[in-house]
Design a protein around this ligand. Structure first.
Ligand code: ZN
Length: 319
């Protein structure tokens, strides 16, 4: 007996169902193409050369307020119109895109990280722990002229501070995070290895994200199922930064269907807000960056309207 299509569909969880993504069906009502005000080329929703929306879409688009600057290095062979990197630059003012080999010199900045899975890569959680540990070490030293009373008082203040942090009190702000900029490589699995060979890129501290299954429909030969589209990787990175700095709102369920590795949850502190709907920039994570997936979710829906999920090669890659 064959399983009815409807049952099959229901078994698979729709990845974006509980995310806080603005109504992207507005895109479906846009007809025709528009001229980009910068380069005069004809475009549908946004210009993938100038990274701006076209027509009246600018007034309808959500803007995403992110705590870390993002640089994306794209391979010159990567087809502009197919890349999801542009979504980030259109939806946020803190995203820049460079075409390799024309990239900035990062050698003088030590608070810039490269998102890349390598043997020496550290996790986002490690970036935060290291910072906490360094602070504690600094406070332990007893400067000249300080007596034991001062030291005890210091230690007490420190304990209060540690507890406050455990209770999710705001220790970090958008401007005091241990990372100021993150660099992403936007290319296929194989191209990214060739960019990584560049000394300027290699000198950056590599950071590995927690595994999460990609929902990208575009098939890439030889890439594993957790090789994320650039926009998914940026979203995952920012979520990790956010939960390490400000915790996760326990009433938020948007991450549940993303199949993120268990290790991610081991680093997350649940921090309840007085209002479960709170999502100011330093409130516990409640979907603040989900709108980065505005175009991605819309394209996902469109593709799934025409193709059966289980027939799409991309989702049948080995894990
Ligand atoms: Zn343009």
């Amino acid at each position: 007996m064959s399983i009815p299509v409807e049952t099959k569909t229901r078994q698979r969880k729709y990845p974006f169902v509980d995310m806080k993504i603005a109504d992207h069906t507005v895109l479906n009502s846009i007809e025709g193409r528009f001229i980009c005000t910068e380069c005069n080329r004809s475009r549908k929703f946004f210009c993938y050369n100038c990274y701006i929306p076209v027509g009246n879409l600018g007034a309808l688009l959500p803007k995403v307020d992110i705590p870390v600057n993002i640089d994306i290095i794209k391979h010159k062979k990567e087809i502009d119109g197919k890349s999801t990197a542009v979504h980030a630059a259109v939806l946020s003012d803190r995203v820049r895109i460079f075409t390799y080999p024309d990239i900035p010199d990062y050698t003088k900045d030590d608070d810039v990280v490269l998102i890349f899975p390598g043997v020496t890569s550290v996790t986002v959680a490690q970036l935060f722990n290291k910072n906490v540990r360094l602070n504690t070490e600094n406070n332990y030293g007893m400067p000249k002229g300080h007596n034991i009373g001062t030291m005890l008082r210091r230690r007490l203040e420190e304990i209060v501070e540690e507890n406050q942090q455990e209770n999710g009190e705001k220790k970090y702000t958008f401007t005091t995070l241990p990372i100021k900029r993150a660099v992403f490589i936007d290319s296929t699995w194989n191209q990214s290895r060739s960019i990584y060979k560049d000394k300027r890129v290699r000198s950056l501290k590599p950071v590995i994200l927690q595994n999460r299954f990609s929902q990208f429909w575009r098939h890439q030969r030889g890439s594993p199922r957790w090789y994320l589209a650039t926009i998914e990787a940026i979203h995952q990175f920012l979520v990790e930064v956010h939960v390490n700095a400000w915790g996760l709102n326990p009433s938020y369920e948007g991450l549940n269907n993303l199949e993120i590795a268990q290790a991610f949850y081991e680093t997350v502190t649940m921090v309840a807000s007085s209002h479960s709907e709170d999502m100011a920039r330093e409130d516990p994570y409640n979907g603040q960056y989900d709108n980065l997936l505005f175009f991605f979710a819309n394209m996902y829906d469109l593709i799934h309207k025409y193709y059966d999920h289980n027939e799409l090669k991309s989702y049948r890659r080995p894990i």
